[in-house]
Design a protein around this ligand. Structure first.
Ligand code: ADP
Ligand code: ZN
Ligand code: ZN
Length: 748
């Protein structure tokens, strides 16, 4: 038999199969998805590859496979998925296969791979009766030795370190016991358990509201009928979407199948996981996210592979977990941008979920209070069944929202970042011993430095984006490449002294708040205060448990937390996400304002939200006041249609970067010309834009250009793009990196 093998490599030319014959003694062990070692070219050491197909014979003279990994890694369905992804996301099949391997084992370097962790265990080798008799007859007298043996009598398997603790003896005592033939040591795998020592009180199913019940039944039917239908659980913040997920997962569990639930990376906090542990216990749950160590992730992966974990909760990459008996996929906060990968393979996990749902005939539930416009559009078209939760589940009412025009504040002589209105509300909230969240769509002390006389803005010389002032280090810093300079007093262009530290960051805001409300306690959460492994969690826990008056933060405060005592949310500068260079600026702004408003008044007391803006007429800001997604959607979708943006078409971005500007520009121009010819010759229905510098036209000294295409993504366009890239590579502009991205979430 012949195996078609793809080498474990990201080199473009190696994205093809090579035939190798399967030696007889390996026939049993090798199947599609196996990892093998082969002789490749003239390279001396063996190279790793993945078996992607098996066939009768080859047209070539072939070498034999040298070695095969004993363990199973991926199955046939995943190999097909990898092939499908490679085509769609313009990368190597092996790069996609790597997403599906046990964490920490993708590298070609065998010595650097993650492995099982083993520990020294201990067990009795004399019978309990014999030991007790020896104690009785005073043959065994040492108190310590007796303590250790008696502790061991009660337990089957225990690491020797743990026994030392329990029996309060030293390792020397255990050694003596071994020498005298009472016990023996042995090595055994141990699980690196991220939930260790965690105690969570059990919870019961809640009685579902009518709306929740309708949603539940619709999905339950699809599970029963093994339909791969898609559902959008469109529920306002706090409407009890999670309770619906919990009960659906229970249903799937009762059939012995596994559920995969994806949540945004940032909201994958212990709080979230606790809700699932409290219902199902930790034995059945596996979590997969980047905050775990590689070893922990490796063990969680095998917990799934072995079928011990029936509930997988994780960030984007958890969709590739080795589930054999998939029963349900849930994607919570489905509008979140972390579901799209920003590095190769640049996949969108919602597409991957659809592929797998079809493969396994299972339903997908997308959940959100502010759905991605693409998802809602598909719900409108009937491709997705819409399930609505219009009320908060615990009878809490939605908050009051007020918009404040900051231009008026300035006119009235208020030069602070806090409007009179927000000032009064915070004051009252503090007096009432309630908590406040202040949200700012930025980070750092001050966004940028500008000369008020000539308009000069201090920018990074490598990235061409504004430098941010950090007061603690007294430095101007680039958030792209880390470049730093000392701030200056005179304008480098016109020498004027009118340098303005424009905008306001979280750090400056905290200082301002401490000045205005000297007796209030504050805590700040942004990328600068989140540094340690758990500090995101620590800050939220301190805010809640120490009843701190005001939490000041960026994006991170927005995501699905539940603070019963928060009754006021102030949005300091709503416009931050309006000024991004992206067709989704309105959508993002609406989402973020609705999500942050949803943090207010989630319990008995009514919540208040004050949104400060310089653009009160912007439709995203206007409609967020009513928290009316549908009206926002109806207005925005017309704009999308008129301007031919998704969901009415797909966008493909072809990006080039290099330190050699000429080569970048020439590459972009070449692709443009090549595609233009194909449009004419093959009558391709695509809109092709002229090559332009990217909005951030330099990063780390690399010049960036791009060509943008609007089209309906299909086989024809895939072929055209691959052909054009092939032509480009034959010209060989040196040191130019290229990426092709389908529907990017970040247009920078
Ligand atoms: P969402 O996921 O939509 O933001 P949650 O599931 O977090 O909403 O629910 C918000 C609050 O309402 C939680 O405290 C939850 O325990 C409560 N809740 C959810 N469903 C019910 C129900 N059927 N009856 C009573 N309380 C509920
Ligand atoms: Zn100047
Ligand atoms: Zn820079």
């Amino acid at each position: 038999m012949i195996a078609e093998i793809i080498m474990n490599s990201s080199v473009k030319n190696l994205d093809r199969t090579f035939d190798y014959s399967i030696p007889h003694d390996m026939e049993e062990k090798i199947h599609i998805g196996s990892r093998v070692l082969v002789k490749f070219g003239n390279i001396k050491e063996l190279k790793e590859g993945f078996v992607v197909n098996i066939k009768e014979k080859s047209d070539f003279e072939v070498k034999e496979i040298s070695k095969v990994e004993e363990k199973d890694f991926i199955d046939k369905a995943k190999v097909s998925l990898a092939k499908w992804m490679a085509e769609r996301y313009f990368c190597n099949v092996s790069e996609c296969i790597k997403l599906m391997l046990p964490p920490g084992t993708g590298t070609n370097n065998l010595a650097n791979r993650a492995k099982e962790k083993t520990a020294r265990f201990i067990r009795l080798i004399k019978s309990i009766d014999e030991i007790e008799a020896e104690i009785e007859n005073k043959i065994l007298k040492s108190e310590k030795q007796i303590r250790a043996l008696r502790a061991l009598e009660k337990i089957d398997e225990i690491p020797s370190k743990e026994l030392e603790e329990i029996a309060d003896v030293t390792s020397a005592v255990l050694k003596t016991l071994e020498k005298n033939g009472y016990i023996e040591f042995y090595e055994q795998a141990t699980e690196r358990n991220p939930f260790l020592h965690k105690v969570v009180a059990a919870t019961q199913n809640l009685e579902l509201t009518d709306e929740q019940k309708n949603a539940y039944i619709a999905v339950e039917n699809a599970i029963d009928d093994m339909m791969n239908s898609e559902f959008l659980l469109f529920g306002v913040t706090g409407s009890g979407k999670t309770e619906v997920y919990l009960q659906l997962i229970e249903k799937v569990l009762s059939e012995g199948k596994t559920s995969v639930m994806l949540v945004p990376e940032i909201s994958l906090t212990p709080q979230t996981v606790d809700r699932f542990i409290s219902r199902f216990g930790q034995e059945k749950i596996a979590v997969l996210h980047s905050k775990l160590s590689v070893g922990e992730r490796y063990d969680q992966w095998y917990k799934i592979k072995n079928g011990d974990a029936k509930i997988v909760i994780g960030a984007r990459s958890a969709m590739f977990a080795p589930v054999n008996d998939l029963g349900l996929i849930i994607i919570d906060e489905e509008h979140d941008t972390s579901y799209k990968s920003e590095s190769t393979p640049r996949y969108n996990v919602k597409d991957v979920a659809r592929y797998l749902a079809k493969e396994y005939s299972v339903p997908i539930v997308f959940g959100s209070a502010t759905p991605d416009m693409d998802t809602y559009f598909r719900a409108q078209n009937g491709d997705i069944e819409l399930l609505e939760l219009t009320k908060r589940a615990n009878n809490a009412s939605l908050p009051n929202i007020e918009i404040v025009d900051m231009r008026e504040e300035l006119k009235n002589g208020n030069r602070t970042s806090i409007s009179m209105n927000l000032y009064e509300s915070i004051k009252q909230n503090i007096a009432n011993k309630k908590q406040t969240i202040l949200f700012l769509n930025r980070r750092g002390y001050s966004t940028f430095i500008m000369c008020r006389d000539c308009g000069y803005v201090a920018k990074c010389k490598y990235c061409n984006i504004a430098l941010t002032y950090h007061s603690k280090e007294n430095r101007l810093r680039c958030h792209y490449c880390g470049y730093e300079v000392l701030p200056f007093n005179n304008c480098p262009e016109c020498n004027s002294k009118s340098i303005k530290y424009s905008g306001s960051g979280t750090q400056k805001l905290e200082e301002e708040i401490n000045k205005i409300f000297p007796s209030a306690s504050t805590i700040r959460m942004d990328v600068d205060t989140i540094t340690k492994k758990n500090s995101h969690e620590d800050i939220l826990n301190r805010f809640k448990n120490e009843n701190i008056d005001i939490l000041i933060g960026t994006q991170m405060v927005v995501k699905g937390h539940h603070f019963p005592n928060v009754t006021l949310v102030g949005v300091i500068f709503a416009d931050g996400s309006l000024n991004i260079d992206d067709y989704r600026a309105n959508e993002r702004t609406f989402q973020i304002l609705t999500q942050v408003a949803g943090r207010a008044g989630r319990d008995k007391d009514k919540g208040n939200v004050i949104i400060q803006t310089y653009n009160p007429d912007n439709l995203a800001i206007e409609y967020s006041k009513e928290q009316n997604y549908k009206v926002f959607y109806d207005t925005e979708i017309k704009i999308r249609k008129a301007l031919k943006y998704p969901p009415f078409c797909d966008i493909i971005l072809i990006g080039f970067s290099s330190e050699n500007e000429n080569n970048v520009v020439n590459s972009a121009k070449f692709i443009y010309k090549s595609l233009k010819d194909k449009i004419i010759n093959n009558k391709l229905k695509i809109i092709l834009y002229k090559p332009v510098p990217a909005p951030v036209d330099k990063i780390k000294n690399k010049v960036r250009w791009r060509v943008i295409i609007k089209c309906k993504f299909d086989d024809e366009i895939i072929k055209a793009l691959n052909d054009s890239m092939q032509e480009l590579s034959s010209i060989n502009y040196k040191n130019v990196k290229s990426v092709i991205e389908l529907n990017p979430t970040n247009m920078m």
